[in-house]
Design a protein around this ligand. Structure first.
Ligand SMILES: Nc1nc2c(c(=O)[nH]1)N[C@H]1C(S)=C(S)[C@@H](COP(=O)(O)OP(=O)(O)OC[C@H]3O[C@@H](n4cnc5c(=O)[nH]c(N)nc54)[C@H](O)[C@@H]3O)O[C@H]1N2
Ligand SMILES: Nc1nc2c(c(=O)[nH]1)N[C@H]1C(S)=C(S)[C@@H](COP(=O)(O)OP(=O)(O)OC[C@H]3O[C@@H](n4cnc5c(=O)[nH]c(N)nc54)[C@H](O)[C@@H]3O)O[C@H]1N2
Ligand SMILES: [Mo]
Length: 692
């Protein structure tokens, strides 16, 4: 008889679905469905995760530990036993830890978002050893800093409420691809008469279905937001009562916005003055005359540029100026993470660290870090990399440097993986990890407000082990005896949150077990009367945190590092702005090797405007090289008016070895960091394109 097991979708996605997995009588998972009772999931899974069993039982799953035979990057490996693998890892790490513990560096990101199989046990081990810490900046840290310095944390509207909004501005997000459950609510609102506006350089799948699409130039969003603020102040589109009682720094913000006239902003953003004027008055009238809910949904697209943190701060001011938070269906959502009282100290045990606070390596500049010889400022040269839940050789910027770094012969690299990824090709030892169907975990979400408990549905395939188990085994083999280094998965799961917090007090472990999920106790309109988790309790237009650091306390427009306006000399050689947003059929580099999805997306492409194509004599379907000083990669031309002239789009993120030249778009991306949060600037990148 078959059974149905409750599993949480583990992927790096705001929607964190509750899944029902059907397991047949011989213990094989045969079906994965969305839980119809979980309000956020509502019985719907995305294109990718409906293929979860295809990915799990993929013929290329890594099933045994392996040792490298050929050169680094070549991908030649031979099967070994777990004992051999653990002996080698324990002895190498012990030797390095005795001499220079900070030479050991973990590298991990969003392969799984569960608290048990992501950090937790891994962090405990690295803390105990005194290894380097990793600054996890590759995705969202600019936006997170923007949120924190304006609202106090990643907090905002309830995703479930958007179906009741009257005007929804989708800013730097393509939710048909990346947050389909939010999109279903936006569509419900649209059917009820709401207006949807997309702000995006690209006419994305979602932008095509919105009532209006405003195609700003990449990296100019802060200017647009400051232009809107300029008009709000000029025309009196302001909720004075909300501003006086629940915000700080209005006068200074108004002064800052004074120079952002619609004419100036139109020039920066590459859009007509009338578009800015019309957007400002539509927002103002809907919020203040009609008193209807105005909602913003921010993605991470606008923060992968030099001024990304400031852009998020500037946009985050808008709903507070309009008093939009008064309605449950009004306000803004970028991330809901800040509502979850995560108990990081219990999970990661930083107190185990023998050397106080160890040095931190920024994951977005891992190329330079791996190539650094070591000195007083940098600290010890990196000697060991332990990679789990991430594929840095494909996802980190300035990829040729990353690959060169991983190719160092004096580097000891261990990769925990499901598949032989581009990164696994550089490993000394590859360890086979379980998927979410094979292990247990606990999850929050960054798009909704539910905690989810995930149960193992099937036995581990081959000799696969959960990450947490692998780190327990390494700790034991190294002779480390702290009890917390042997805690089991469910013991760790129970430590993930502070359960006495007002948001979690009503959540019962038994309910999580039987129902799979439970919602945080957060008000429908949490900021209707202020109460932001900032030091002042108000929305901080002028940030006390930034002021204390001696930084500009107000949001401003910082031009991209690389754009024709800000860097004409560079643009003379590399005139096109490249963005590389997520593809619908992939999840970063996960799922790129799933055949049924690959048939829908057979090869890397570059979308470009007919004018840019004609200038270069490029025809539809031609093979192209995309290049700048950092490197090049190859794609097939797609000529379309979906993208504005001067900007090109390479949907991402391809496995390098599945690209036609063994490369992907991160060859050309730079290691420059954002204004706030030290994040990567993937969409701040000038290139030139030519036929091959
Ligand atoms: N199918 C699928 N889903 C995913 C992912 C995936 O790879 N595939 N990745 C997951 C992850 S890790 C994340 S972080 C989230 C990302 O989710 P979002 O942050 O919502 O990212 P996208 O939906 O790709 O939206 C980015 C949009 O920003 C646009 N953009 C680029 N530059 C700019 C700019 O300067 N200004 C503005 N206004 N827009 C800009 C791009 O054209 C793109 O349409 O999605 C998650 N979900
Ligand atoms: N050019 C460009 N580059 C980008 C982006 C972009 O938009 N453009 N987006 C950036 C963003 S937003 C992000 S979040 C990063 C994403 O970067 P990553 O977090 O590295 O995401 P993935 O490429 O999906 O790699 C995750 C890997 O973890 C593995 N994995 C999954 N579950 C487990 C597990 O339980 N155990 C172990 N050991 N492994 C597991 C998967 O098989 C997969 O190979 O990429 C960034 N890079
Ligand atoms: Mo991400």
């Amino acid at each position: 008889m078959s059974t149905v097991v409750r599993v949480a979708c583990p992927h790096d996605c705001p929607d964190t679905c509750a899944m029902l997995v059907t397991v047949n009588e011989v213990g094989r998972a045969i079906k994965v469905e969305g839980d119809p009772n979980h309000p956020a999931t509502d019985g719907v899974l995305c294109t990718k995760v409906t293929r979860y069993t295809e990915r799990t039982y993929h013929k290329d799953r890594l099933l045994y530990p392996m040792r490298r035979m050929g050169n680094k990057g070549e991908g030649k490996f031979v099967r070994i036993t777990w004992d051999e693998a653990l002996d080698e890892i324990a002895s190498r790490l012990t030797t390095i830890a005795q001499r220079a513990p900070e030479a050991i560096v973990p590298y991990s990101y969003g392969g799984t978002m569960g608290y048990v199989q992501s950090e937790g046990m891994a962090a405990r081990l690295f803390n105990k050893l005194g290894g380097s810490r990793l600054d996890r900046t590759i995705c969202a840290s600019a936006g997170a800093a923007g949120m924190r310095t304006t609202y106090g944390a990643g907090v905002g509207m309830d995703m479930d409420q958007y179906s009741h909004s009257r005007l929804i501005v989708i800013w730097g997000s393509n939710p048909i691809t990346t947050s389909v459950h939010f999109w279903l609510r936006a569509q419900a609102a649209q059917r009820n008469g709401a207006i949807l506006i997309a702000i995006d350089p690209h006419r994305s799948l979602a932008a095509q279905k919105c009532n209006q699409h405003i195609a700003v130039l990449p990296g100019t969003d802060a200017a647009l937001a400051l232009g809107l603020i300029h008009i709000f102040v000029r025309d009196g589109w302001l909720d004075h009562d909300y501003i006086d009682n629940y915000t700080v720094g209005f006068e200074q913000l108004a002064e800052r916005a004074a120079s952002y006239t619609p004419e100036r902003v139109a020039g920066i953003c590459g859009i007509p003055v009338a578009t800015i004027e019309d957007l400002a008055s539509l927002l103002g009238k809907t919020a203040l005359v009609d008193k209807s809910p105005v909602a913003f949904r921010l993605g991470y697209g606008l923060q992968r540029v030099r001024g990304g943190g400031n852009a998020v701060r500037a946009v985050a001011c808008l709903p507070s100026l309009l008093g939009a938070w008064r309605h449950p269906a009004g306000g803004l959502l970028m991330s809901s993470s800040g509502f979850f009282p995560v108990n990081r100290d219990a999970l990661d045990r930083p107190d185990l660290c023998p050397n106080g606070t160890p040095r931190t390596i920024n994951m977005s500049t891992i190329g330079d870090a791996l190539l650094h010889p070591g000195d007083a400022a940098f600290g010890a040269k990196i000697e060991a990399m332990i990679v789990y839940n991430s594929n840095p050789v494909a996802v980190a910027p300035d990829s040729s440097k990353v690959a060169q770094g991983f190719a160092r012969d004096d580097l000891f690299t261990v990769v925990l993986e499901h598949f032989q990824t581009d990164t696994a090709d550089y490993a000394d030892i590859v360890l086979p990890a379980t998927t979410q169907l094979e292990h247990g975990d606990i999850h929050k979400s960054y798009g909704h407000r539910y905690i989810l408990l995930s149960n193992p549905a099937i036995q581990p395939l081959g000799e696969c082990k959960p990450n947490a188990e692998i780190f327990r085994l390494i700790a034991a083999r190294m002779g480390l005896t702290d009890a917390c280094l042997q805690e089991d998965d469910m013991t760790i799961a129970k430590q993930a949150f502070h359960w006495d917090h007002a948001h979690t007090r009503d959540i019962a472990w038994e309910t999580l077990q039987t129902q799979g999920w439970q919602k945080l106790a957060v008000a429908d309109a949490p900021f209707a009367k202020g109460g932001f988790p900032t030091p002042s309790g108000r929305c901080e237009f002028a940030s006390s945190e930034l002021a204390a650091l001696g930084l500009d306390p107000l949001p401003d427009y910082l031009p991209p590092y690389e754009s024709p306006q800000s860097n004409p000399a560079l643009a003379a050689r590399f005139p096109l702005m490249l963005i590389s947003p997520p593809d619908r059929h992939f999840l970063n580099t996960s799922f790129v090797n799933v055949d049924s999805l690959r048939t829908k997306k057979p090869e890397p492409t570059l979308e470009m405007h007919p004018v840019d194509a004609a200038q270069r004599g490029i025809q539809e379907g031609q093979d192209l090289r995309v290049f700048n000083e950092r490197g090049e990669f190859q794609v097939k031309a797609v000529i379309t008016e979906r993208i504005r002239p001067g900007v090109v789009v390479a949907y991402s993120i391809w496995w390098k070895k599945m690209g036609r030249d063994g490369k992907n778009c991160n060859e050309v991306a730079s290691q420059a960091l954002t204004d706030l949060g030290n994040a990567a600037t993937f969409y701040d990148c000038l290139v030139e394109v030519a036929c091959i």
